[in-house]
Design a protein around this ligand. Sequence first.
Ligand SMILES: *[C@@H]1O[C@H](CO)[C@@H](O)[C@H](O)[C@H]1NC(C)=O
Ligand SMILES: *[C@@H]1O[C@H](CO)[C@@H](O)[C@H](O)[C@H]1NC(C)=O
Length: 379
Amino acid sequence: MRAMERFMFPMYLWAISTLFLVVMAATCHDHSLLENPAALFIFGDSLFDSGNNNYIRTSRGFQANYRPYGETFFPSPTGRATDGRTIPDFISEYAKLPLIPPYLQPGIQNYNYGVNFASIGAGALLETHQGLVIDLKTQLSNFKKVEKQLRHNLGGEEGKALLSAAVYLFSIGGNDYFAAFAENSGSLVSQEEYVAMVIGNITNAIQEVYNLGGRKFGFLNVSPIGCLPFVKALDPARTGGCKEELTDVARLHNRALSEALQKLEIQLTGFKYSLHDFFTSLNEITEDPSKYGFEEVEMACCGNGPYRGFSGCGSQTRSYELCENPSDFLYFDLVHPTEKAYEQFAKLFWNGSSDITGPYNLKSLFELDNKCRPNLGSS
Ligand SMILES: *[C@@H]1O[C@H](CO)[C@@H](O)[C@H](O)[C@H]1NC(C)=O
Ligand SMILES: *[C@@H]1O[C@H](CO)[C@@H](O)[C@H](O)[C@H]1NC(C)=O
């Protein structure tokens, strides 16, 4: 009798686990990251744009589809505002995805690996560079079209699985502060109120993607923008050249972003995120360039004037200076880091420790719930 009981107990467990496995097999395909990586959807500004602004009516300052942009890697210009690859390009490589195309590029076959909605110059507020960029709201309505098409093509269950396993990357906010600063911000609202508007719009965007099925999010915070070559060039006589007021707004933004994300994690079931402290990682390079393999962290590689911080990199009508070796430089042009710097940030975003990227890093976000993703084969 006792022996029988001992026998029955494992039998019962065995039956339960078998049932469980059968249920799992019915709803999930077990594929490794290598065979079937989660999709990557990209939103934001020039740090992430892979060429959307090539297809909109805008001004040359909001495009990078001319030489010498892209030459280090592609080697012809793609619309990426740097000498080579951007952060999302490296992330897609680490996640075993192909390069993610810009949404407006004609002839995209399907969205199974994701797509890039980002736009050079875009902000979270509609007023930021209005009429010259694809604002965040429009990026979201473009995502809605993609979401509809994915659900239509893959069917309800598979579409849902793809959207919830996908990672949604955001880099947004810097342009909102540049735009306010350029207008000498009529100071109708305080800095705190302005930051709250930007964060409010970012929060709305996250909520919308979540409502459409997104669960895994990645964010860059805003770098010390008061020390960008273009800001320094406006007043090179200033000690150190940096405009501290602008960097202070970035600090306010970063604190508010981090708090907003912590709130969302509590409010939204299943919401998971990775926040890379771009402010700190960029600052560390500035403070100890040789440790990270850089020779020049103040002057841009390409441009004009003090710190090469005047626009004109790649101009056909004016002369401009171009460095010999972009990989010695932190900045490629007046605003944007070089490919070499982007690679270092991407690595920290991908597998950095919790002091620089948290609460998840992107690698762990991509691997999360990896079993319950649709098998898309090699399409
Ligand atoms: C973002 O802010 C603007 C104000 O600039 C507002 O009109 C717009 O509706 C907001 N967009 C989103 C997506 O919340
Ligand atoms: C982090 O990822 C990068 C890119 O795949 C790789 O080069 C590096 O060795 C990784 N570091 C660790 C500590 O795993």
